[in-house]
Design a protein around this ligand. Structure first.
Ligand code: ATP
Length: 349
């Protein structure tokens, strides 16, 4: 009986997590997945209830679960709490506790919604790219690091094992998609890039059915704007992935559309890319698409049911095209949007 730990969080987090959980429950009913749900405090609400963002019951619950579905955390109420108990510190601790080393950020321009993209519709058409960012290594964590009055310094460093494990996630993901991986580095300038490229090429020997190309990060930034539809899976290190995944995230045209998954050695985590959106919290108008699509990623990566995930994605695309939420110029609210997705899913299941 797969256990799902729900961490609704703050702001619109509970509204969109509830929507995603309802869709999962509908899928459970149709396909007898035998899911068990348990809800835990996390983020600002956990600071209020326990004095810390990632309290012990949440830690235990997440480690015992098969998947974690998170909404969004933080908000103005907790902006001035000490750094060690900030909501964002809780997220870093959660990632660390589960050694979540691969961050998957798909950016898909849905058919019929090309007009939302900041790119010309003919360039945006067919964009369906999955950026995989190494999340626990690289320059954000490398030693030595430091700062004094005359200089600041950081270290970009990758071990063979760190590159190998994220490379495997990329090649496995490509197998479930269109069979192409593009690895991004700066091998023409940085030794760490040369090393990254060498290890990716070695791991590729076990995935002859997947096509591999390499790009320098500067060229890739241009390609993602001029010909983004050409790419399937893109794998890169922590800092380049941070930048490129944000670049890719604007292609679909709304923050409310973007899901993510973080995979690692323990329980995988699924969450929308958007924040807690305090400006619209409690109004019932949040777009639950990102959270529902995160639940679809959960079906694929935690429950190995990509078939049901596809049904959910198709249902969401259909409702987005016919009756979207206000952020996309529509009139649906979170509840009515979710009910339509569930209805569409029921008909197809
Ligand atoms: P954070 O720092 O936590 O990422 P942020 O303020 O940078 O937060 P969001 O909280 O994601 O970013 O909000 C940015 C804008 O996008 C806000 O105006 C918000 O209302 C809007 N927004 C974000 N998510 C959604 C959603 N699911 N539906 C509708 N609007 C959204």
């Amino acid at each position: 009986m797969p256990k799902i730990a729900l961490l609704p969080g703050d702001g619109i987090g509970p509204e969109v997590t509830n929507a995603a959980a309802e869709v999962l429950k509908a899928a459970d009913k149709a396909f007898d997945l035998k899911l068990e749900f348990e809800t835990f405090n996390f983020g600002g609400n956990a600071i209020d209830a326990f004095g810390e963002p990632f309290p012990e019951p949440t830690r235990k619950g997440c480690l015992a679960a098969d998947a974690i579905l998170l909404g969004a955390i933080g908000g103005p109420k907790w902006d001035n709490v000490p750094r060690e108990i900030r909501a964002e510190t809780g997220l870093l601790a959660l990632r660390k506790a589960h050694d979540l080393f691969a961050n998957l950020r798909p950016a898909k321009v849905l058919p019929g919604l090309e007009h939302l993209s900041p790119l010309k519709p003919e360039v945006a058409k067919g964009v369906d790219v999955l950026i995989i960012r190494e999340l626990t290594g690289g320059i954000y964590f490398g030693q030595p690091r430091g700062l004094n009055d005359s200089e600041g310094w950081n270290t970009e460093r990758y071990s063979k094992q760190e590159v190998e494990r994220v490379a495997k996630v990329a090649f496995e993901s490509a197998r479930k998609r269109r069979g192409q991986v593009c690895s991004v580095d700066k091998a023409n300038v940085l030794e760490v890039g040369e090393f990254w490229r060498k290890v990716i090429t070695e791991v590729h020997k076990n995935y002859a059915d997947v096509a591999l190309e390499h790009q320098y990060v500067d060229a890739m930034a241009m390609h993602l704007v001029t010909k983004p539809a050409r790419f399937d899976v893109v794998v890169t290190g922590n800092i380049f992935g941070d930048i490129l995944s944000d670049l890719a995230s604007v292609l679909p045209g709304s923050l409310g559309l973007l899901p993510s998954a973080s995979l690692g050695e323990k329980t995988p985590l699924f969450e929308p890319v958007h924040g807690s959106a305090p400006d619209i919290a409690g109004k019932g108008t949040a777009n639950p698409t990102a959270a529902i699509l995160s639940a679809a990623m959960l079906l694929t990566h935690a429950l190995n049911r990509p078939d049901i995930a596809t049904l959910v994605e198709d249902a969401v695309a259909r409702v987005l095209a016919t009756n979207p939420t206000p952020d996309l110029g529509g009139k649906a609210n979170t509840q009515s949007f979710t009910q339509q997705v569930i209805e569409t899913l029921r008909v197809k299941a």
